[in-house]
Design a protein around this ligand. Structure first.
Ligand code: PLP
Length: 498
């Protein structure tokens, strides 16, 4: 037996809605209120609604307002209207069932196993705790970015906005940017490339995802440096690819002598500035790795995320520039040289892969940000990009020295540093008896973010330590944050020495 929903019940709900809901036109408001009440079961399936005239009077609104809401709900199938007989709630049990399933799932999020793995691998930097930016790895000093020049460039480009930029262009990015990048990469990184080999992406993370999806199948295997970049590991897992950890020493990736390492489909490396240890891959290892890739038909994904900031001379030649058989795919990002919020990057692929990769890109993510890409091209062409890199290089070099110097003054024990020839972070090495995860958590309580080196390993933890991103820590903030760092470090080092 259907019940009749009382005018008083609706009156009560209406008054509550008026008190809390944002201001909306009355007819829309009533429609939403009735729909929601039906969906959550406050108005039951089969219930009879009051007549429009009666309801309008009770709610103090025009009858037309009620008629609008009823008609829309009828058109959408929530109500059945039978002239002369009244208006009834339709059988929407499908929706109410979904809602109760969803409520039952609260507290048990239905993530897939790979979703759970990625979530487990990811630590988001708490915003409040990072006001001094000490010592978040991978963050450039955005305060020193020449925002005025960038805005001026954007404004100039807006004035010559091209109709093409408003549509779906499927050419792997704006031609001017590919041209400017190609010149920049040939000059500064000795890359062997033509503009048509460049595909502009929404950053390295997207380049990785695009390449892994396009070049591997589920259950394939990829080599990843250990310790290594968790973002690459997550991209592999997201495609069902198994990340096989390969150790790293002061010459970079080493696999010889590592018995029975399976042949991978692809190899992910950071040869110019190993992430996180900071080592530079030696020429001998580069040659050996290329040789291995040629013999075994593997792709090498070269992540060159921050080598523009090399302190001892110009940036080193990229591995791509040494490749004679088109096995290396180079990935760059503007997240460090410009600012992370830009989220633009690029890859340089062998010619045989370019058109296929562009198709996958256009199907899975689309291109876009053409205006920003064109502005970036102008920024590079006018020399503003190179000038910014030059200026930041000297600021970062100063901050790195200040960190080392201040810490050695504050710390009773001798600090052992890893890396530092390039990039935005250093590693302070710790004895393997130190619990670097607990130390990192203690530092967090003092608003210092210094991830434990252990968390970058998937295999055996060969070196304990802390990652210290110094680039965004100003000269003024440095003494105070280093004091805090030294206090915690000393506590832990004292414990293991005593
Ligand atoms: C090793 C490494 N590669 C690449 C990136 C940049 O990724 P994206 O371009 O997606 O910002 C980062 C950022 O932290 C990184 O640490």
């Amino acid at each position: 037996m259907e019940s009749t929903i009382s005018v008083e019940t609706l009156q009560h709900a209406w008054l509550l809605d008026l008190a809390v809901a944002p201001s909306l036109p009355m007819n829309r408001r009533l429609y939403l209120l009735l729909r929601q009440s039906i969906l959550i079961g406050n108005i039951k399936i089969g219930a009879k609604l009051p007549a429009t005239r009666q309801l309008a009077k009770a709610l103090g609104i025009a009858r037309n307002t009620v008629i609008y809401a009823f008609e829309l709900l009828q058109a959408e199938g929530f109500l059945n209207g039978q002239t002369g007989d009244g208006t009834y709630v339709a059988d929407v049990s499908f929706f109410t069932q979904q809602l109760s399933n969803q409520q039952a799932a609260v507290g048990h999020p239905q993530f897939s196993q790979r979703g759970m793995q990625i979530i487990g691998d990811t630590q988001l930097v708490p915003r409040i705790q990072s006001q001094t930016h000490a010592f978040i790895p991978g963050i450039p000093s955005v305060k020193d970015f020449p925002l005025d020049k960038w805005i001026k460039t954007l404004n100039q480009v807006v004035r010559r906005y091209e109709p093409d930029w408003m549509g779906y262009v499927r050419e792997g990015g704006v031609a001017e940017l590919k041209m400017a990048l190609c010149q920049h990469l040939r000059l500064t990184r000795a890359l062997n490339c033509e503009p048509e080999q460049i595909i502009v992406t929404a950053g390295t993370q997207q380049s990785l995802d695009l390449l892994i999806r396009s070049l591997t199948d589920h259950d394939d295997l990829a080599w990843i440096e250990d310790p290594g970049y968790n973002g690459a590991r997550s991209a592999m897992r997201a495609s069902g690819v198994f990340p096989c950890p390969v150790p790293v020493d002061e010459e970079g990736l080493y696999w010889e002598g590592e018995s029975a390492l399976p042949v991978p489909k692809l190899i992910y490396i950071t040869p110019s500035h190993q992430y996180p240890l900071g080592s530079v891959m030696s020429l001998a290892r580069r040659q050996a790795l290329l040789q291995y890739a040629y013999q075994n038909n593997c792709w090498i994904l070269e992540d060159d995320y921050d080598s523009e900031f090399r302190y001892a001379g110009p940036p080193l030649t990229a591995l791509q520039g040494l490749d004679q058989q088109g096995r290396v795919i180079y990935m760059g990002t503007f997240s460090k040289v410009m600012f992370p919020g830009l989220q633009l990057g690029y890859l340089v692929a062998p010619k045989s892969l370019v058109s296929g990769l562009m198709k996958v890109q256009s199907r899975l993510y689309r291109e876009g940000q053409y205006l920003v890409q064109a502005a970036l091209a102008q920024f590079i062409d006018q020399g503003l990009f190179a000038a910014h890199i030059r200026r930041m290089k000297s600021i970062y070099a100063e901050r790195q020295s200040l960190l080392k110097e201040t810490l050695s003054n504050e710390l009773k024990q001798e600090a052992r540093w890893l890396g530092g020839s390039a990039g935005l972070h250093l590693v302070i090495a710790l004895p393997n008896t130190v619990d670097d995860v607990a130390l990192s958590q203690d530092l967090l309580r003092d608003h210092i973010i210094a991830p434990a080196l252990s968390t970058y390993y998937t295999g055996e933890v060969r070196q304990k330590g802390l990652m210290l991103g110094y680039a965004a820590v100003t000269q003024e903030d440095m003494p105070l944050v280093v004091k805090l760092l030294a206090k915690h470090l000393s506590n832990y080092l004292d414990k293991v020495c005593s």
